[in-house]
Design a protein around this ligand. Structure first.
Ligand code: AMP
Ligand code: ZN
Ligand code: FE
Ligand code: FE
Length: 290
């Protein structure tokens, strides 16, 4: 068993948690690849929320820039009362189970965002059209609270997206509605069915949830085929990193890292957290050939 606490975050490698205009990032896949190249990263993953819509553009950009790419998605899920994000990599994007899951989550996100905007509009000067105006890829964009936040910024209510996330679009605000999501178990099964690799994103981030996933909940997902845990993420505090590294060592899981870059939408810097090259090779070995 690996000794806990010794494993350090990689100093070089890949950033495999990045959002673009195909969900709630502010930059295109080409900008992602160019900036990653300029930073000297070994590669990146595109991991927009609940979609593969940006994969082709990211692949074209990867070829143009000459930087390797992993194709991924951050999938919205729930495990009892815990809202969970899961990172899926290198799976078959035509898999029917996956496609249906994304279609239903994206439709649920739209309805939920519209309802939230109706509530917010009682107190603030925004309408649904203002939110749609913030989506950069039209219907291909996965809509969420960041677009509502951007609409509030455009209306002059807040100075930036993060300020809106501390205000009207916060998960503790009276306007908040959860997104109806598939269970973590369904997500693991669907990604495995599609031949991919599945990792729990920022599993120890106390900001996201009042309750974190318990060891037992993570254990159940490991039994069902979970491949790894995203340990190197700014949301995971030191004691959670220790805990997650302990679970990973015990069950021989992959340990990943990523910035959760959203361009100008979040303070997270591209490349601030990385995944080492050996882990990337293992993800490529386990995933489908694309
Ligand atoms: P939603 O999934 O619609 O509930 O929106 C939450 C998402 O907003 C999370 O995935 C966050 O990563 C994302 N997000 C983007 N920008 C920000 C920000 N500035 N502050 C907080 N969350 C943000
Ligand atoms: Zn996001
Ligand atoms: Fe996330
Ligand atoms: Fe993310």
């Amino acid at each position: 068993m690996t000794e806990i606490g010794i494993t350090a975050p990689p100093a070089v490698g890949w950033d495999i948690h990045c959002h673009t205009v195909f969900s709630d990032g502010t930059e295109t896949p080409l900008t992602l690849l160019r900036q990653a190249k300029a930073l000297g990263l070994h590669g990146v993953a595109i991991s927009d929320h609940d979609t593969t819509a940006g994969w082709q553009e990211a692949l074209d950009a990867s070829r143009e820039v000459g930087l390797p790419l992993l194709r991924g998605t951050e999938i919205t899920a729930a495990d009892d009362d815990v809202s969970v994000h899961m990172l899926a990599f290198q799976y078959d994007p035509t898999n029917v189970r996956i496609r249906e899951m994304f279609a239903s989550t994206r439709a649920a996100r739209l309805r939920r965002s519209q309802r939230m905007v109706a509530l917010i509009a009682q107190d603030y000067p925004i309408a649904w059209e203002d939110v749609l105006a913030q989506t950069r890829e039209g219907e291909r964009t996965t809509v969420g609270r960041p677009h509502i936040a951007d609409a509030l910024v455009a209306a002059g209510v807040y100075r930036n997206r993060s300020e809106a996330f501390s205000g009207a679009v916060s998960s503790t605000a009276k306007y908040y509605l959860p997104t109806p999501s598939p269970t973590t178990r369904e997500v693991v099964a669907a990604v495995k069915d599609a031949g991919g690799v599945i990792v729990i994103a920022h599993a120890g981030d106390p900001q996201r949830n009042r309750n974190l996933l318990s060891d037992r909940q993570i254990g159940r997902l490991i039994d069902e085929g979970l491949d790894g845990l995203e340990v190197w993420h700014r949301g995971n505090p030191p004691e959670q990193r220790e805990r997650l590294l302990g679970i990973a060592a015990k069950h021989d899981l992959l340990v990943t890292g990523g910035s959760d870059w959203h361009g100008k939408g979040k303070p997270n810097k591209l490349g601030e957290n990385l995944t080492d090259d050996a882990t990337i090779r293992e993800i490529l070995r386990r995933g489908v050939r694309l």
